[in-house]
Design a protein around this ligand. Structure first.
Ligand SMILES: *[C@@H]1O[C@H](CO)[C@@H](O)[C@H](O)[C@H]1NC(C)=O
Ligand SMILES: *[C@@H]1O[C@H](CO)[C@@H](O)[C@H](O)[C@H]1NC(C)=O
Ligand SMILES: *[C@@H]1O[C@H](CO)[C@@H](O)[C@H](O)[C@H]1NC(C)=O
Ligand SMILES: *[C@@H]1O[C@H](CO)[C@@H](O)[C@H](O)[C@H]1NC(C)=O
Ligand SMILES: *[C@@H]1O[C@H](CO)[C@@H](O)[C@H](O)[C@H]1NC(C)=O
Ligand SMILES: *[C@@H]1O[C@H](CO)[C@@H](O)[C@H](O)[C@H]1NC(C)=O
Ligand SMILES: *[C@@H]1O[C@H](CO)[C@@H](O)[C@H](O)[C@H]1NC(C)=O
Length: 361
């Protein structure tokens, strides 16, 4: 498999990055490490969104492998679940398959238009293909500003089951971005989740969704399992499809969220907003408020390669530290496309003082 060589190259780069990190961590190891200001008091988790999706195609064998090899042992692998026409669950970042794969060149199909949460959306949707149809579809880097050098690898679309059994992650996270849409097409996320988890081979640690009704319906079924349910906030002005409330208004009603979830995902700007000039504003109280309710908080939208606040002086490690080591609170996990960076921030740089990141990178 040609892909192995590329994984090795990527690992080499990652190890070179880590080598400079370990030097600094040794300097900091003499002082007693303060307790983390997370809900549990333990170090925050690193969640690899689609694997190391900043390098390899999201949800590919390469992306998941690189994340596991370069991440901490308790790294959590994130899979966005989509359903096929025949109800199989696959890991894929979008319900349209034309972004992040070569499906458009495998089939000559015209894009279909469906209404997704009230918005007319055009593409090649997973609901129009059986799992067998997708057998020759190859994953590709869906973010065009990222290198496509790792795309010639023939990484195939993987089912949720295959992803788990091939990767054997210590932590496995399923994100169900759409249940209402699949239900409108007579496909049931609930049935899929039951079949995959009743299968003793798959342990799901977290299930997240931005849909209230879905979590309310499914959480009771898993009451006796260790699976945790997490409500995912989208944009402040976006409307949650089952309650018709904006995510902004739901974020002010965490007591309600706690009735069906044990944690929340918030875009990082819910915690540290930025102004129009990308300067960081004072933090909100959402992490402290959520912790008061007993909710874990996971921050999302961390990308090393998309402009972030100038206050971090272009240093992504500094950005993670702002969320996990600011003296006031720590989030309980960060969701990243470049999981090696938060791993370094949490394992090596946190609790060292302000000068730490400048020494390492
Ligand atoms: C594909 O998905 C990525 C990530 O969601 C997005 O940034 C990009 O704009 C999408 N591309 C197209 C052509 O839709
Ligand atoms: C879903 O099933 C119902 C009842 O069997 C049927 O009336 C409806 O047309 C189906 N919808 C789709 C999109 O297949
Ligand atoms: C359950 O496991 C069996 C054997 O490991 C496999 O054949 C089957 O497809 C799995 N079911 C699901 C829903 O993944
Ligand atoms: C949400 O609002 C739309 C239009 O404002 C309405 O048609 C729909 O019935 C509402 N749904 C719920 C669950 O309240
Ligand atoms: C919180 O949400 C629930 C359910 O929508 C609602 O009944 C309750 O009034 C809300 N509380 C506040 C303070 O908005
Ligand atoms: C971010 O930088 C700006 C400009 O230097 C400063 O005014 C602001 O206080 C900083 N924000 C935070 C949260 O430190
Ligand atoms: C950080 O570096 C500055 C300048 O090099 C130094 O004056 C300061 O004492 C250092 N702070 C810490 C906490 O080490």
């Amino acid at each position: 498999m040609g892909s192995l060589r590329d994984i090795s190259v990527a690992i080499f780069v990652a190890q070179a990055l880590l080598a400079s990190v370990v030097f600094v961590s040794a300097q900091g190891s003499t002082t007693a490490r303060p307790r983390w200001q997370t809900l549990s008091g333990d170090a925050p988790f690193v969640i690899a969104r689609g694997g190391f999706s900043g390098v390899f195609a999201d949800s590919s064998f390469g992306a998941y492998s690189l994340a596991l090899i370069t991440g901490p042992s308790d790294l959590i692998l994130w899979c966005d679940v989509q359903l096929t026409k025949d109800g199989a669950g696959i890991c894929f970042p979008d319900l349209r398959l034309d972004n992040n794969s070569n499906i458009a060149s495998v089939f000559n199909d015209k894009p279909t238009t469906y209404v997704v949460n009230g918005v007319s959306t055009k593409g090649l949707f997973s609901i129009d293909y059986t799992l067998k149809d997708l057998g020759n579809v190859i994953l590709s880097q869906g973010v065009f500003s990222r290198t496509n050098k790792f795309d010639g690898q023939s990484f195939l679309i993987m089912t949720v089951q295959d992803t788990y059994t091939q990767m054997k992650p210590l932590g496995f996270w399923l994100n169900i971005q759409h249940d209402v849409f699949y239900a409108q097409h007579n496909l049931s996320m609930r049935s899929f989740l039951l079949s995959v988890t009743r299968n003793a081979t798959v342990t799901v640690d977290y299930i997240s969704s931005p849909e209230v009704a879905f979590l309310q319906n499914i959480a009771p079924i898993f009451r006796r399992s260790a699976t945790k349910f997490v409500f995912r906030f989208l944009g402040l002005e976006d409307v949650e499809p089952s309650t018709n409330q904006t995510y902004d208004s739901l974020s002010k009603n965490l007591t309600f969220i706690k009735t069906f979830a044990s944690g929340i995902i918030v875009p990082k700007s819910y915690i540290w907003p930025v102004d129009g000039g990308l300067y960081l504003q004072p933090s909100t109280s959402i992490v402290l408020d959520a912790h008061k309710e007993g909710l874990e908080v996971f921050a999302s939208e961390f990308y090393n390669d998309i402009p972030f606040s100038f206050n971090y002086s272009y240093d992504p490690v500094a950005e993670y530290l702002q969320f996990v080591d600011n003296g006031i609170f720590s989030v309980d996990g960060v969701i990243s496309d470049f999981p090696i960076t938060p791993s370094a921030a949490i394992d090596c740089f946190a609790h060292l003082g302000k000068n730490a990141t400048k020494q390492g990178m």
